[in-house]
Design a protein around this ligand. Structure first.
Ligand code: C2E
Ligand code: MG
Ligand code: MG
Ligand code: MG
Length: 284
């Protein structure tokens, strides 16, 4: 490579790097502003009983409601929120908003209609001192039965396999709150971990469901996760069900619950409640 070309490549690299940094900084500043102004909203995606197509639970999913740019999905800001620590405030708002919504729903719904609401918790949020007290306090404030709350954690949280994390999860479960491992199979947690641990649900990541119908290998992988869940006495929920083939395959494997665009995209609280209240089955 000629010296000149190398130099100009380096300059381009530098300027790309620079603009990426500027963009990140701008994003962080805008996010900071959004946190102060409360520019977030929650959508709810139904978790469906695959045998009846009935919504039995919902996962709360955050969106950034940007005054100029409209609705921004979490993939575009959760990472920066996590790095900057803003996720702690965002996560607190998400939990409060979800419990507030459930407290309103449960005043009207027949008992047992809604099984639970699922809320994503980031590693940083989980490790913030006082997190468990906060969960307890919010359940109390909104008068929500702790069994109505499922917290979704990721394998990253379990990677260190430290006793403190397991103890904290156990404390949450002692309250009655349930714990799901989100995106199960994408991390590096060893399966041995999961025996006798305070975990209730494995959520099979969408990437496994995607190729399951065409690839025997993926099929076997999903089957083995369902089998693992059964062995460990855990419930299993499949993510990213987009076709009737996905649903039928999962049902044959013995997976009872799932969520995905086949049933519904994440929707507003009002739309979610309309389904629950009418007992209507979801279009599929
Ligand atoms: P996740 O927790 O695994 O949530 C499932 C994601 O898959 C959602 O994306 C959902 O809309 C999408 N999805 C569900 N079914 C389908 C399908 O059939 N096809 C396709 N293509 N996608 C499907 P979303 O809402 O964009 O959220 C992305 C991720 O952002 C979440 O993945 C979660 O990791 C994170 N996230 C969302 N809300 C929160 C939150 O309140 N706190 C934290 N810490 N993270 C959150
Ligand atoms: Mg999730
Ligand atoms: Mg997930
Ligand atoms: Mg996922």
């Amino acid at each position: 490579v000629a010296k000149g070309a190398g130099k100009s490549q380096w300059r381009r690299y530098e300027s790309d790097l620079h603009s990426a940094m500027v963009q990140r900084l701008e994003l962080r500043t805008a996010l900071d502003h959004a946190v102060n102004e409360g520019h977030f909203l929650l959508h709810y995606q139904p978790i469906v009983d695959l045998h009846t197509d009935e919504a039995v639970a919902f996962e709360a999913l955050v969106r950034w409601h940007h005054p100029q740019r409209g609705t921004i999905p979490p993939d575009q800001f959760i990472e920066v929120a996590e790095e900057s620590g803003l996720i702690v405030q965002i996560g607190r708002w998400v939990l409060e908003q979800a419990l507030h919504t459930v407290s309103q729903w449960q005043r009207i719904l027949p008992p047992g209609r809604l099984h639970y609401i699922s809320v994503n918790v980031s590693v940083r949020q989980f490790r913030t001192p006082g997190f468990i007290d906060e969960v307890r306090g919010l359940l109390d404030t909104y008068g929500v039965d702790p069994r109505m709350l499922m917290l979704e954690i990721t394998e990253t949280l379990l990677m260190r396999d430290d006793e403190q994390t397991w103890q904290d999860l156990q404390k949450l479960r002692d309250l009655g709150v349930r714990i799901a491992i989100d995106d199960f199979g994408t991390g590096y947690s060893s399966l041995g971990y999961l025996r006798q641990r305070p975990i209730d649900v494995l959520k099979i990541d969408k990437t496994f469901i995607d190729d399951m119908v065409d690839s025997p290998q993926q099929h076997a992988l999903v089957q083995s996760i369902v089998g693992l869940a059964r062995t460990l006495n855990l419930k299993v929920v499949a993510e990213g069900i987009e076709s009737p083939e996905h649903r039928d395959t999962l049902m044959r494997m013995g997976c009872p619950l799932g969520q995905g665009y086949l049933f519904s995209r994440p929707v507003s609280a009002a739309e979610a409640f309309a389904w629950l209240n009418s007992h209507a089955r979801l279009a599929a």
